[in-house]
Design a protein around this ligand. Structure first.
Ligand SMILES: [Zn+2]
Length: 220
């Protein structure tokens, strides 16, 4: 007999989250196609019901933004998926911020880009769908600390981003060097923070790649 407490630990483990995400991959890939077709981010919320994940609330955003703040109709919200179209699967600082604000355990990002494969020691670039998922272990003793620090750094970053955006787009001024320096310092700090919590096991991640064979044939 498994205790409720142990089950809770399992439900927060990377293995459980990773395994349960696999059945959603096809739908995530479709999201990438939609994203490219409409030049906008596309995604959905991931809900957990009876130890199974169900996609819910499919929506489309703008070219670089999507609102995934909805709650699940059935089951509990565990995370989100969105596509960056043609580009990077690396979640943005804003993506991390939104995930933590919702106390999500999962943050998945999809994108379409070439991948290098080796065939008979020859390196070849082929088109592929990429899905990167970050999982947060909320039962980890350092989760709370990670939560506070990541949120604080991303808040500082977005404040600075706003200031710079206003300067460039509204006031049409060239931002001072110090401000740009501060911005890149914060960006770097954020990356280091995430890396350190990956090392500690608070944050885990994996990337799944599916080669687009149809597109590859077209390139011949
Ligand atoms: Zn994003």
């Amino acid at each position: 007999m498994i205790s409720k407490e142990l089950l809770d630990k399992i439900r927060n483990s990377h293995k459980y989250l990773q395994d349960n995400l696999k059945p959603l991959f096809n739908e995530m890939i479709e999201g990438i196609d939609v994203s490219i077709q409409y030049d906008a981010e596309a995604g959905f919320i991931i809900c957990e019901r009876d130890l199974e994940f169900i996609p819910f609330g499919h929506c489309m955003g703008t070219i670089c933004d999507i609102d995934l703040s909805e709650d699940c109709k059935e089951g509990d919200r565990v995370g989100t998926y969105h596509s960056h179209g043609k580009g990077f699967t690396k979640p943005s600082i804003g993506d991390f911020y939104a995930s933590l604000k919702h106390s999500d355990k999962i943050l998945c990002v999809g994108a379409y880009k070439d991948v290098t494969i080796e065939v008979n020691s020859e390196k070849i670039k082929v088109p592929a769908y990429h899905i990167t998922c970050i999982t947060f272990n909320q039962k980890h003793r350092k989760y709370r600390e990670a939560y506070d620090k990541i949120l604080k750094t991303s808040e500082e970053f977005s404040k600075l981003e706003d200031v710079l955006g206003r300067m460039v787009y509204i006031e049409k001024k060239v931002p001072p060097k110090e401000l740009m320096g501060l911005m890149s310092k914060l960006y770097e700090e954020f990356g280091k923070l995430i890396d350190s919590y990956i090392d500690e096991g608070v944050i885990n991640g994996f990337t799944s790649i599916k080669i687009d064979w149809t597109e590859l044939l077209k390139r011949l």
